[in-house]
Ligand binder design. Structure first.
Ligand code: NAD
Ligand SMILES: O=C[C@H](O)CS(=O)(=O)O
Length: 479
């Protein structure tokens, strides 16, 4: 399947280049080879960084209106070819074609918001005369781009999460080098195609494919790379931070999202929202619903309805319009989830549906009575498994929600405004979705978490702030 016009090439400082050594890109559904990409060397990454120095000069000197125009042209290109982009996501990754189409729409939105935020990257005047002795001074601060940004991205949203780094970087006037997930590089390369066609000057953007250890370490440790914008697992984030040394860090890491359902919740709404939130992208979603704390007055009815609805969630071939959920990213990951579920069941958990694996496919799975010290409760499952717990009330639900070393987003279903605001204040997370599951995001909102879920925020305006620095300018006027 023709997934991109620049087959078997990577985007190195504005040039499409082959390499003799290549890596396979396989469809996780059947392991079919769909493409090969260059296995870049450490020398390639060093070259990309060298070229990015000139790229940063070029981008930082581009008038803002030119950056805005490039971002909109790239968005236009992707929108015109949206089905090809969706097919690529649904081929190299584990999303269904329906899920992939939504990611492409969001990528277009992310680039357009980046263009808008480029217009709003302003400073402020400063009243220096607030201090005695500074009566004859005036000035301001403005924000300037920080230089070369190293972006490392995960497999599960292989297009939009790359756009969340490339869009703001270019909007702010930086140069950026992307090391996409080794298993899903094609979408990132197609994003580069869009910018190439949009007329982005050479050397500003590179998308370097290859083994993380070899090229990732170079990108992370090189002194001319002034920021690492990482999205991925907690363990990888920690490893990167230890290697990086003194540079800006944006860490969008793992999660283990809780949802609270109180007795007064809109019951059917809570069921529908959390089934979708749990099994979207086969649960390989940092905002995926992993734990649901249901108040005792509606617990039995909720569990029954949730299981009934889960059993109707259709697992199958990703390219079928009737499929709700595809495979996981690999059989290895599906086996890990299978093992975590088995551990829980052996320790007394009740398996109410799912629990079966076929290759990389793992059925949507619901458990109750899961011991709280099981990995599937404490760690990030990153798979299609939900554990439902009965609670006596809001305080118990909040306390148990906060017990894990993650804090990205949570959901709460209730009509009681006082209880909702109590949860908003006390849930130790970066976002609380009220009468939505934890799996709700728009690309303009601040996005990120606390504890093991990361450092800093994405969401375009907030990424732009992280990818720039303030510079103060003060004039002393002669009396
Ligand atoms: N918080 C968020 O916004 C967000 C969004 C999506 C995914 N995630 C998280 O990402 C994880 C799933 O994605 P994944 O499996 O691709 O994560 P991962 O940590 O395995 O890999 C992420 C990226 O890091 C690279 N990498 C791995 N080891 C590296 C190293 N030593 N040096 C440099 N780069 C290295 C990988 O090649 C990949 O490009 C989950 O934990 C999920 O919660 C978080
Ligand atoms: O996997 C985590 C993603 O950031 C969530 S979303 O796809 O951006 O909503």
């Amino acid at each position: 399947m023709e997934t991109m016009t620049k087959k078997n090439k990577m985007y190195l400082a504005g040039e499409w280049v082959h390499r003799e050594k290549t890596l396979p890109v396989n469809d996780p559904q059947d392991n079919r080879l769909i493409a090969t990409v260059p296995a870049a060397s450490a020398a390639d990454m060093i070259y990309a960084i060298e070229q990015a120095k000139e790229g940063f000069r070029i981008c930082s000197e581009m008038p803002v209106h030119e950056r805005i125009a490039v971002l909109h042209r790239a968005a236009d290109w992707i929108n015109e070819k949206r089905e090809a982009y969706a097919i690529t996501i649904a081929s190299e990754g584990s999303k269904t074609i329906k899920e992939a189409r939504k990611e492409v729409r969001r990528c277009v939105e992310t680039l357009r918001i980046s263009a808008e935020e480029a217009r709003r990257l302003n400073g402020e005047t400063i009243s220096f005369d607030q201090m005695p002795g500074s009566e004859n001074r005036l000035g301001y601060y403005y924000r300037f781009p920080i230089g070369i940004i190293g972006a490392i991205t995960p497999f599960n949203d292989p297009l939009n999460l790359v756009a969340h780094k490339v869009g703001p970087a270019i909007a702010a006037g930086n140069a950026i080098i992307v090391k996409p997930a080794t298993v899903t590089p094609l979408s990132a390369l197609m994003l580069a195609e869009a910018f190439d066609h949009a007329g982005l000057p050479a050397k500003i953007l590179s998308v370097i494919t290859g083994n993380a250890g070899e090229i990732g370490d170079v990108l992370v440790t090189h002194p001319d790379v002034r920021m690492i914008s990482f999205t991925g697992g907690l363990a990888t984030g920690k490893a990167i931070m230890q290697k990086a040394g003194l540079k800006k860090m944006s860490m969008e890491l793992g999660s283990n999202s809780p949802v609270i359902v109180l007795n007064d919740a809109n019951f059917d709404d809570a069921v529908e929202s959390n089934v979708s939130g749990a099994f979207w992208a086969a649960g390989q979603n940092c905002l995926g619903v992993q734990r649901i704390y249901v108040q005792d007055g509606v617990y039995d009815a909720f569990v029954s309805k949730f299981v009934e609805r889960t059993k109707k969630y259709k697992t199958g071939a990703k390219q079928s319009e009737q499929t709700d959920m595809g495979p996981m990213i690999s059989e290895k990951e599906a086996k890990r989830v299978e093992q975590w579920v088995r551990e829980a069941v052996e320790r007394g958990a009740r398996l109410l549906c799912g629990g079966n694996r076929n290759g990389a496919f793992y059925e949507p799975t619901v458990m109750t009575d899961v011991p709280e010290d099981c990995r599937i409760v404490k760690e990030e499952v990153f798979g299609p498994v939900v554990s439902i717990f009965k609670v006596t009330g809001l305080e118990e639900a909040i306390e148990k929600s906060n017990r894990v070393d993650y804090g990205l987003q949570a959901g709460i279903f209730s009509r009681d405004i006082d209880k909702v605001f109590r949860a908003v204040r006390k849930l130790d997370v970066g976002g609380v979705m009220v009468n939505d599951s934890s799996d709700y995001r728009i690309d303009a909102m601040p996005f990120g978490g606390v504890k093991g879920s990361g450092i800093g925020r994405e969401g375009v305006k907030f990424a732009l702030q992280e990818m720039t620095e303030p510079k103060v300018v003060c004039f002393r006027l002669t009396p």
